[in-house]
Design a protein around this ligand. Sequence first.
Ligand code: ZN
Length: 431
Amino acid sequence: MSPRLPELPPDVFPAAARRVMARCDELARVTATPGRIERVYLSTEHARVNRLAAEWMREVGMTTSQDAAGNQIGRLAASEPHAPALMLGSHLDTVPDAGRFDGIVGVLMALEIVRLLRAPHADGWISPLPFALEVVAFSDEEGTRFGKALLGSSAVAGTWSDEWWSLTDADGTTLREAFREFGLDPGRIGEAARRPDELVGYLEAHIEQGPELDRRGESLAVVSSIASARRFQLVIEGEARHAGGTPYDMRRDALLGASEAALAVERICRGEHHIIGTVGQLEAFPGAVNIVPGEAHLSLDLRGEYDGSRDRVWDEISADLDGIMGVRGLRWHAREVHNAAAVMCAPLLRDVVREGILETLPRGADEPATIFSRAGHDGMAIGAITDVGMLFLRNPDGISHHPDEAVSIGDVSLGIRALAESVLHLAAEHR
Ligand SMILES: [Zn+2]
């Protein structure tokens, strides 16, 4: 079998891209909030998009099932019945007031890959592949409803934690109750877990959610890794006193300390190319117009390509905060609330994605872009059981988690071709 797609009619990829875009529109209409896109885990909208995805999976010849965590799965067997599967996919859940492409486009592109690889072509069938193909529409990546991301893919990775059952949504419904209301049995969650020997790897296409490809004027990128992240809640303690009666030399203003801390985060992270730090929450206490703030709380989100440089930046920020707070007579402490190691994309899958992108470029073109993902993805969980590879599509202006989120039909068309070629390169490696 050739590691390349045969000559295909010129309209094959644009037609596939048009179908993907039309289905993104169709899924965007499945929403809990009219006029906006919102689709959370274990909702009626989740059930509806699973039914649509299952229909589309069957249309390309896959057998379908919904797993014990509400992930929708399609499978196309290999000629060898017990061959492991290459998993393709992404997620169908959204943040509130979402765009229509984040996650969704990756699931729909995966279906087009299956359609392409199993279709009879002029010089014979491209399939059978040496592995089965699975398309997974993960049920919860964003964590919008229960405040815990990657629930769907964690179940598949077998890293589900029983502590999560008591998580509640905004209405006080527990995750356990929501499972039952959706028709799932919490006692069977373990059945969603996959074994490493069942899988060849996991490949996901996703919009970039940042402007790098747009700035470079390129359509597609190889993803090198998914960022590591640490999150902290910082508390700064000073002294609350009368706003009128307290002269500046007596003030220990916690909010000013917090403000300097936020600026220090920006200054330090700007100097460190691969680390992004964000203070997204800032609150002053007691929070009255006529009281010098005695306490301030702020969040810190630190992401980086490598765990080591991220940790060094945190050490540097900590040292800076010691200095800032010392000068202002404030005390500070931090509680770490999240710590996820970077997931490096597997060298072989990086390589086949690169080969796939090269097939879409003119001969002699420059190397395709390689960038690390600053956003989290299902691959972070799936990396626990199998190799992960990702392909990024240009995201105009880098706007995501917003209704203006976009991807062009031309880039989707190139992405489908690149991903199909990647799968064939991987198949050649498996022979
Ligand atoms: Zn996503």
